[in-house]
Ligand binder design. Structure first.
Ligand SMILES: [Zn+2]
Ligand SMILES: [Zn+2]
Length: 139
């Protein structure tokens, strides 16, 4: 014997609201030279417990990174210095974060993750405008 619908709401078709960001899966990123290493780590700058998904190379809260890679994801660097986010710029539909290692001075740029602190990203993107303004005024 069939039971009647107990919850009339169930018969209302589910309306799917799709937010652009969620449609972009991190799994769709081009592989390139990237090697995947899944690990959790504690941010040494702000103490946030970062859940690694194999692509995480910086803290989503304060955006600081650590100098552990030579090529992205290989964890082959001996430096282990803290990498400070200098500025961000927006291109190819996403943010790129630019870092400088506080220990050895090496600079690198990584793609910002979807769960990164948006307020900080915007702050860093504003910084790049000042940066560029400064360098064009100088000449
Ligand atoms: Zn942090
Ligand atoms: Zn370094």
């Amino acid at each position: 014997m069939h039971r009647n619908h107990e919850n009339p709401a169930e018969s209302i078709p589910f309306i799917q609201t799709h937010i652009g960001d969620e449609a972009m899966s991190i799994e769709n990123l081009p592989a390139g030279r990237f090697r995947r290493t899944v690990e959790d780590f504690k941010c040494e700058h702000c103490g946030y417990e970062v859940k690694g998904n194999g692509y995480t190379d910086h803290c989503p809260k304060c955006l600081w990174s650590k100098h552990v890679d030579i090529n992205p994801g290989d964890r082959a660097s001996e430096c282990k210095g803290m990498m400070k986010p200098l500025y961000a710029d927006y291109n190819h539909g996403g943010y790129k974060l630019h870092y400088k290692c506080e220990r050895c001075g090496e600079e690198k740029a990584v793609t910002a993750a979807l769960d990164d602190n948006k307020d900080l990203l915007i702050e860093l993107a504003v910084k790049v405008r000042r940066y560029k303004k400064l360098s064009t005024n100088r000449h």
